[in-house]
Write a protein of this length. Sequence first.
Length: 99
Amino acid sequence: MQTEQLIISLIKDDLINSKLVNGLNQLGLCASDYHLHLSETIFSLMGIDETPDNDKLLDYYIQLSSAVQRVDLSDITGSDAVVEKLARTIHSELLQWKV
């Protein structure tokens, strides 16, 4: 698997995990400890260096990722394509932060 595809796959995994954790939280379960926190790994694989702006980058990543909350993951046939497209969009946006 090439690095770009690996990064997109990690973003997809993070999106799905985020959707699950937020859903469990909405049901009244305390699931916040189960976030995978893959953003740091994703940034590193993309060659985004540690800078003082990383907090802004993380906030931006979380903002972009929040779009997954509107995706119906129970629609197995359509949701994978939607999550893939969202992951690719996030990847493209993150490329602009490379130093």
